[in-house]
Write a protein that binds this ligand. Sequence first.
Ligand code: HEM
Length: 364
Amino acid sequence: MASGRTPLPFLALGVLAFLLAVWAGLLRVGWPWPSPAAGLPAAHAVLMVSGFLGSLISLERAVGLRASWGYVAPVASVLGSFALLVPPVQFLAPVLLVFASGVGVALLVALLFVHRTPAVALMCAGMASWLVGNLVWAARFPALLAGDALLWWIGFPVLLIAGERVELARFRPTAISAGAALYGLAALFIVASVVGLVRPLPANHLAGAALAGIAVWLLLFDSARAQLGSAGLGRFIASALIPGYVWLGLGGVFLAAPLPLQGPYLNDAMLHAVFLGFVMSMILAHAPIVFPALLGRPIPFRRAFYGPLALLNASLILRVAGDLAVAQGLREWAGLLNAVALVGFLVVTMGSARSVRSGPPAPA
Ligand code: HEM
């Protein structure tokens, strides 16, 4: 980073937002536990999407670009989501969150000036999707739930990650027509998100089809399948990416499902197939590569990383089964196991970072 110091305090704020968001998720799924703030359960989506994802992604971008001005994005994003929990300053949340995502877009535009590629333009569209989602949400404030911001908030990590996978150049050379197919699917998703502001139902079908298409594209053209044959970190990354793409496809299918097939919890299954199954798998996959720059120290890969990854996938299967079977007890326990997997991932990452001082990692 520009100052030469690590952005650890910014990262710590994002982690705090993440832990609050996980607690909020557990309250939302039905655990009758105390809430540190009255608005916490309703703030789950904002804490996850802006407080955690938005701050982490904009911080990563600011560090990558060595742009100190970009640090206002993670700070405003976390403070905006915390403001929701403190009634006297709640009115600041929409302003701070829109501002944070605006700076996030500026960071991606700055990146586009450096790398003028369609993949970075796609990442830019992902960040812009966060901004539009926040504007839509702000227009409905003081309602706290996601509402019609949801498709935009889904587009934020999905378009950004798809663009990043292409840009990381970990792909086998693809035909121009294959590249065009990905950008076409992304455009379809954006059109669906716009339509969703006035006609939610056809928009969901369209957006679901686009998500499923993007998932199939990633399964076909990403290097993940080839990487499965490698060892150590390479194989771990592939083991996180491939199920992540399958979850994205499933999320798309749930979103596109015709009305008569939709049960009371299909929305929960769709949301968490995308956010827990796809987005969190991507974060797990890239943690040993991305987090060292944020933590200011290496994170050696350890086999222990497989533990949270396996638990995340197993508990998500249970959660989706509970959603589809309308089995509340199963949903609650699966939600709790989802949380254990996420916190377990934090513990393994921090343990691995600390081990750099205390001893060498086990052979991968
Ligand atoms: C421990 C893990 C989690 C639990 C127990 C949990 C629980 C829940 C529950 C019960 C709902 C309500 C669903 C509905 O009303 O249909 C919900 C909604 C939501 N969740 Fe999660 N969740 C978790 C993780 C995540 C993650 C990692 C993300 C994003 C990165 C996320 C994003 C969302 C969003 C965007 C909504 C929609 C909320 C709204 O309409 O306000 N969740 N979650």
